[in-house]
Design a binder for this molecule. Structure first.
Ligand SMILES: Cc1cc2nc3c(=O)[nH]c(=O)nc-3n(C[C@H](O)[C@H](O)[C@H](O)COP(=O)(O)OP(=O)(O)OC[C@H]3O[C@@H](n4cnc5c(N)ncnc54)[C@H](O)[C@@H]3O)c2cc1C
Length: 116
C-alpha cells in the first residue's frame, strides 16, 4: 500500500519524499521527463549543459548549511568560485556568500534524494 503520493520532483518534493520514505511508502509523480523541476539541467554534449533555472545555492540557515555540507562530502555538490557579470554596473557581487552547485548538474540534488 502507498502511504504518500507526492506531486513534483523538484527540490521540495524530493526533500519531502526523502524524509517520508524512512517510515512510509512514497510515490513521486512528475509531469516532466526528468527530475529536478526548476533545478533541471539539460546536457548538451558530454561536458556541456545548461541550467533551466537554479544556477547555484547560497545556504544561509544552519539546517541548509548542514544539508549542503553533507552532500559536498558525498560529492553530489561542490563549491563554485565562478564570477557574476552584472549588466547594471552599480550592482556588485556579494563575495561573502558561498556558492554551491551540483557536481554533474543541479538536478543531482533531486536525483540523490530520490535514489532509493
Ligand atoms: C531562471 C531561474 C533561476 C533561478 N536561480 C536560482 C538560484 O541561482 N539559486 C536559487 O536558490 N534558486 C534559484 N531559482 C529558484 C529555484 O530554482 C526554485 O526555488 C526551486 O528550484 C523550486 O523548487 P521546488 O521543488 O519548490 O519547485 P519546482 O522545482 O518548480 O518543482 C515542481 C515540480 O512539480 C512538477 N509539477 C508541477 N505541476 C505538476 C502536475 N500537475 N503534475 C505532475 N508534476 C507537476 C514540475 O514538473 C516540477 O518538476 C531560480 C529559478 C529560475 C526559474
Amino acid at each position: 500500500m502507498i502511504d504518500y503520493c507526492i506531486i513534483g520532483s523538484g527540490i521540495s518534493g524530493s526533500t519531502i519524499a526523502n524524509l517520508l520514505k524512512k517510515k512510509s511508502t512514497v510515490h513521486v509523480f512528475d509531469k516532466a521527463k526528468g527530475v529536478g523541476g526548476r533545478s533541471s539541467f539539460k546536457r548538451y554534449k558530454k561536458n556541456i549543459g545548461f541550467d533551466h533555472g537554479l544556477q547555484y545555492l547560497s545556504p544561509k540557515s544552519i539546517e541548509f548549511k548542514k544539508f549542503t555540507k553533507k552532500l559536498i562530502k558525498q560529492k553530489v555538490l561542490k563549491k563554485w568560485n565562478g564570477d557574476h557579470k552584472f549588466l547594471n554596473k552599480n550592482v556588485k557581487q556579494d563575495k561573502k556568500h558561498i556558492k554551491i552547485i551540483g557536481v554533474k548538474g543541479n538536478n543531482e540534488i533531486s536525483k540523490h534524494l530520490l535514489k532509493k
